[in-house]
Ligand binder design. Structure first.
Ligand SMILES: *[C@@H]1O[C@H](CO)[C@@H](O)[C@H](O)[C@H]1NC(C)=O
Length: 277
């Protein structure tokens, strides 16, 4: 029952539910595992929002607060992450749980303004705005793949972004930053945390907004964020296993971030809306 709601949501957002259950290899070395201590995962409606029950115990944040998700859909997604764990709980695979914990505990005590400033900082060094001057194949690939996304963002937000081959990158007009700043301010701090998480994965505000606005599916946004690597791989072949692993991990994080942003702004009646879709 839990995974089916998640599957509907994930399909609607064009992210892969499988990405949430990705049991990624090797990332594991750190002591971030624990023997599984519960059998059943369920959700209940508590005072502060939706809570996760691991058998009879309530899930808590690292700081010991009762874990509460602001929407049922997000609680379902988090519960699914716990439900996916087998004999060992692999915390590093649980990106949604981690994002919620960060929002709940706010360990670095950042406010909305600081989150917006951090997100905007990436615009000045946005992946899709930095262009190479050679080799010609890569120049062309960047133009063909990145120009349409920049054009989409310029139209969608009615701003000038542009691109540049200069080391300093393009000069982003102050008005553009103001527009994005106002737009980001319309999200609550949970949403902003998710947005900043995706931006830091893709190193791109433009690609992140493409994802959030459902202009780009996760797979495409990730591909566009790694255009140069993809170009090298196509030229030299996928010789290092690390490429595959990095790609899976990046997809999984990006999918989780995207789902997080959408699910924490969805109202608790999402279930009814979704089931009518
Ligand atoms: C988990 O759920 C099953 C099926 O409802 C039940 O039989 C079992 O006792 C539950 N386990 C625990 C530890 O509560």
């Amino acid at each position: 029952m839990l995974p089916s709601l998640l599957a509907i949501t994930a399909r609607r957002l064009r992210v892969f539910p499988a990405a949430l259950c990705a049991q990624t290899r090797l990332y594991a070395a750190a002591a971030t595992e624990r023997k599984k201590f519960y059998e059943n995962v369920s959700i209940s409606h508590g005072e502060g929002g939706f809570e996760i029950n691991l058998d009879r115990r309530k899930l808590r944040t690292p700081q010991g607060k009762i874990f509460t998700a602001p929407s049922e859909a997000l609680a379902v997604a988090v519960a699914t992450e716990w439900d996916c764990q087998r004999d060992v709980i692999k915390f590093y695979t649980m990106h949604l749980t981690t994002l919620c914990n960060t929002a709940l505990d706010n360990p670095t005590l950042r406010n909305k303004e600081q989150l917006i400033t951090a997100a905007l900082k990436f615009l000045e060094t946005d992946t899709v705005c930095y262009r190479v001057e050679e080799p010609p194949g890569l120049v062309e690939l960047q133009r063909n793949e990145w120009d349409p996304v920049i054009e989409w963002a310029e139209k969608r937000y009615n701003v000038v972004i542009g691109s540049s081959t200069s080391i300093q990158g393009p000069i982003i007009p102050t008005e553009t930053k103001d527009v994005f700043s106002r737009h980001l301010a319309s999200y609550n701090s949970w949403g902003l945390l998710g947005i900043e998480f995706i931006i830091s994965q893709l190193k791109s505000l433009v690609l992140t907004m493409g994802l959030i606005d459902r202009h780009l599916p996760v797979e495409k946004a990730v591909l566009l964020s790694r255009l140069e690597e993809e170009y090298q791989i196509q030229r030299w072949g996928n010789v290092e296993w690390a490429h595959d692993y990095d790609l899976q991990e990046l997809r999984s994080r990006t999918a989780a971030g995207t789902l997080f942003v959408h699910l924490c702004s969805e109202s608790s009646t999402i279930k009814h809306k979704l089931l009518q879709d």
